[in-house]
Design a protein around this ligand. Structure first.
Ligand SMILES: [Zn+2]
Length: 451
């Protein structure tokens, strides 16, 4: 279509965004500009942020590598505006590889959907996975994993910056493809990478490469499970997102582990981009066995707080662990559980950062597909290491443990500690701890000198 400047300006409704977009439609923000037929492209930069954008003016399609969720984003519209105003800045050229990927990929109905990706709703996927062993389902999943493996190979062949600045819609299409093939775990892993690629700092490319390599290995393990033990196969399938709802089977086939279980933490999170679909994670710790367990529930709307186990509650009953080389996921039948009203509060013993490193390495050795590993650190003192960063200081080993996760949890740690030692329970991801619960612990005065 032939655009008027008025039509282009109208694409960005918010006044502030519109003003920002017009500032970006200037030569000093752009390099690698080009045009061919009805498309134009360019690499943009503003401060630290770098992006690649492309526009097909004929079909009114916009693409950008930025994490901005709005469509079209300010960068792609600024590119179109800049092109219309000063086409002389856009040499006629063959579109670069990152444009041809987009051009090859755009679905035939993109004009109708405006280039937006359509997802298979998560509840459709979850429903389908209630019967995970159907041969046609397994074949579809195998095909999905194989397609992802091929895509990852092609992506890496172009180099890491290519992956970093690939248009967001291409990532989204791949993620949607995985949900379509009933591989929600692979879809979530790919989404994490799509977010991770925007991470700033010198570590960014290393982290991106490691995450892409991890996901590729997972596709290989999923496609070729023959050399794996039955428990390892289950771990791979669980990581791929399969067996999410086969709770009854676990209850019927896995022996119960009886103990008095303490509810360490419980939190409910919405499934990203899927509206009223929620996951509730409950972390438990058994007094007699010393085992941690994760009870995961998924449902429409947040599950009501009255159902299930109460935070900090203590219950006696059996937990049934999902088969795994390092069993953590578990399920239970609440009917058989009894709440303990007395007997004093029990908590897991805290370990030191070095003990954490050793225990985590041992756990990874058993189960290389671990995504979150439960641990209690203590005694530690939350300290401010920069104006915006809180870390956990372990006085005896004199080392700091980085934190990640919701800012609220992290700042609450600092506030409740007020310099006193705590034990902190959380999920360790190999680099940082996401804190979910904490309690006061005693420490000798000599241990309290913080850096
Ligand atoms: Zn953008």
């Amino acid at each position: 279509m032939n655009w008027s400047e008025e039509q282009v300006l109208a694409l960005i409704a918010y006044r502030e965004h519109n003003e920002h977009m017009q500032l970006l439609a200037a030569a000093h923000h752009w390099t690698e500009l080009g045009q061919a037929d009805t498309v134009c492209w360019g690499q943009g930069q503003e401060g630290e942020q770098v992006w690649r954008a492309g526009v097909d003016s004929a079909s009114a399609q916009f693409a950008c590598s930025c994490p901005d969720g709005s469509h079209p984003c300010v960068h792609s519209v600024a590119l179109l505006l800049f092109w219309m105003r000063t086409p002389v800045h856009f040499p006629l050229a063959e579109p670069p590889e990152w444009m041809t990927w987009w051009q090859a990929e755009r679905p035939a109905d993109a004009a109708r959907t405006g280039g937006r990706t359509r997802y298979t709703p998560i509840w459709v996927v979850q429903k389908a996975l209630e019967h995970p062993d159907q041969p046609e389902r397994l074949a579809r999943q195998q095909h999905g994993a194989a397609t992802l493996a091929t895509w990852l190979q092609a992506l890496l062949a172009e180099g890491l910056p290519f992956a970093q600045y690939l248009f967001s819609s291409i990532w989204e299409n791949q993620i949607a493809h995985l949900f379509e093939h009933e591989l929600p775990g692979l879809g979530r892993a790919l989404r994490q990478i799509a977010v991770l690629r925007h991470q700033p700092g010198p570590q960014a490319l290393d982290d991106l490469l490691a995450a892409l390599g991890d996901l590729y290995l997972l596709t290989q393990a999923f496609q070729h499970p023959e050399p794996l033990s039955p428990a390892e196969r289950e771990d791979v399938r669980l990581r791929a997102g399969i067996h999410l709802l086969a709770r009854e089977r676990v209850l019927a086939t896995q022996p119960g582990v009886a103990d008095t279980w303490r509810v360490l933490a419980r939190h409910t999170q919405p499934e990203e981009r899927f509206g009223p679909w929620y996951h509730r994670r409950t972390w438990l710790w058994g007094q007699r066995t010393g085992r941690y367990a994760l009870w995961l529930e998924s449902d429409w709307n947040p599950p009501p707080s009255s159902s299930g186990l109460q935070p900090r509650g203590q219950y006696t009953g059996p937990l049934h662990f999902y088969p795994s080389a390092y069993p953590l996921r578990a399920t239970l039948d609440l009917a058989g559980w009894v709440r303990q009203q007395s007997g004093g509060e029990m908590v897991p013993p805290g370990i030191s950062p070095w003990q954490l490193a050793e225990a985590y390495a041992a756990a990874l050795q058993q189960q290389p597909w671990l995504t979150e590993w439960p641990v209690t650190l203590g005694p530690v003192v939350p300290v401010l290491t920069s104006p915006t960063e809180v870390q956990l200081y372990h006085p005896q080993e004199q080392c700091l443990v980085p934190l990640h996760g919701p800012a609220q949890e992290v700042w609450q740690l600092l506030a409740t500690s007020a310099g006193a030692p705590l034990a902190v329970f959380g999920e360790w991801n190999g680099q940082a701890l996401q804190p979910w619960a904490h309690w006061a612990v005693a420490a000798s005065p000599t241990e309290l000198s913080t850096p």
